[in-house]
Write a protein that binds this ligand. Structure first.
Ligand SMILES: Nc1ncnc2c1ncn2[C@@H]1O[C@H](COP(=O)(O)OP(=O)(O)OP(=O)(O)O)[C@@H](O)[C@H]1O
Ligand SMILES: O=P(O)(O)OC[C@H]1O[C@H](OP(=O)(O)OP(=O)(O)O)[C@H](O)[C@@H]1O
Ligand SMILES: [Mg+2]
Length: 368
């Protein structure tokens, strides 16, 4: 059984879980009653985050676009605060936000491995990009195609190190150190890093890449072994908020369930059809003989009753299966081959499974 206590500002809190006592930093605003969710205020993640929440029936109601606070009517006692992604991570750490959605790159760079931060859902399936090292395609780098080859270049010495421009001043040096590159210096800028090598400011850059167009347009190339991190949007919280602020654990659970149910349903369709048969088992037998018609847990087969000669009989059976988009056409072909008719297809909105592994993982990370 978990026990928490009210404590003064900026002290530690000891919490007893089933297994042991754990120490947590205390909340910065222990009296704050509402739960706060931080969402990206601008940039690439912003519109897609609102769209994802809307798809989970968690529409964010913003009174006007210049206001930084909003609400999600389905989640009572929750305020949405629009913030820059890196500030979402910082404010989770300071206890000024309780939940957030950002890219894994921002989480890793600004979270710096802090044990208080927890990833609740690591794959929200948008904002895909990678943090990758890139060097010029020309000059001394023409035949350099791997991190190993870059490290072995005789040009880099203590006096004249490899100069890397990056906005990732935590992950950059950590990666270089872990890969044994000794003679490296870093400079930083907030954008348009791809210009740095051509301007003579840097030899290499470490930045986000998705299509690779910006690199190509600037005569830069990625190298083998140079990917620091694969990133996509993640749903995050802080240990101290979940443990100490009333309602955060329940809201996290509800959001996680909705996110998972929606993400599981993406690209899945329900297929219904009628099939003549002598019994539900016989129809099921025919369906299960086809590899694309297995469904999530096998087909649902229900008798379609009609009255003939004053007697209620079932000559037809309605079948319902769940099929991924890529197998859709094959499924229809297979259904027809075994006598299916009147095939109806509709996209799936949610798939609510049994309790999700991510929820169990969260509880276990919290020691609950
Ligand atoms: N080219 C890209 N393709 C896909 N996702 C990207 C790309 N660039 C960035 N992202 C994702 O979007 C997030 C936000 O990027 P964005 O450029 O909007 O903000 P930023 O440059 O980190 O913020 P700021 O302007 O506050 O410094 C990144 O942290 C990353 O997860
Ligand atoms: O591989 P690509 O698809 O070409 O994308 C890569 C570019 O996208 C990001 O910049 P962004 O457009 O977000 O501009 P910013 O520098 O203002 O953040 C990133 O910093 C790269 O410059
Ligand atoms: Mg950017």
């Amino acid at each position: 059984m978990l026990t928490t206590m009210n404590l003064p500002l900026h002290t530690s809190v000891w919490v007893k879980s089933r297994r042991s006592w754990c120490c947590y930093a205390s909340l910065s605003q222990p009296d704050r009653k509402e739960i706060r969710l931080g969402l990206p205020s601008k940039g690439r993640m912003s519109a897609d985050t609102l769209q994802l929440l809307q798809n989970c029936q968690l529409s964010v109601k913003q009174v006007n676009p210049r206001q930084y606070v909003a609400e999600i009517p389905q989640l009572s006692n929750l305020d949405v605060w629009f913030q820059r992604p890196k500030d979402i991570v910082r404010k989770l750490l300071s206890g000024d936000l309780d939940l957030g959605i950002v890219g894994l790159d921002t989480f890793s760079e600004h979270g710096q491995g802090n044990d208080d931060l927890i990833i609740v859902h690591e794959a929200l399936e948008y904002g895909d990009c990678r943090l990758s090292l890139a060097i010029p395609q020309y000059g001394i780098f023409e035949n350099v195609n791997s991190l190993d080859e870059l490290a072995k270049m005789p040009q880099w010495t203590e006096e004249k190190p490899l100069r890397v421009a990056t906005g990732f001043t935590y992950l950059g040096p950590k990666f270089m150190k872990e890969n044994g590159l000794k003679h490296v210096t870093f400079s930083t800028a907030d954008g348009a890093l791809e210009a740095a090598p051509a301007m003579g400011i840097a030899d290499a850059i470490l930045d986000l890449v998705s299509s690779g167009t910006t690199l190509r347009e600037n005569n830069l190339k990625e190298i083998k072994g140079g990917v620091v991190l694969e990133s996509q949007a993640v749903f995050i919280t802080s240990r101290k908020s979940v443990i100490q602020r009333k309602g955060v654990l329940e809201t996290t659970h509800e959001m996680l369930e909705r996110l998972e149910a929606h993400l599981r349903a993406i690209g899945q369709f329900t297929v219904t059809a009628n099939m003549r048969g002598s019994s539900a088992e016989e129809v099921a037998e025919r369906i299960l003989s086809q590899p694309s018609l297995m469904g999530l847990q096998g087909p649902t087969v229900s008798p379609v009753f009609c009255k003939r000669d004053g007697k209620v009989t079932a000559d037809y059976y309605a079948i319902v299966i769940c099929v991924p988009q890529k197998a859709l056409y094959k499924s229809i072909q297979q259904l027809r081959a075994i006598g299916g008719s009147g095939v109806l297809i509709s996209p799936l909105t949610y798939i609510f499974d049994e309790e999700t592994p991510r929820w169990r993982q969260l509880l276990s990370k919290l020691g609950l």
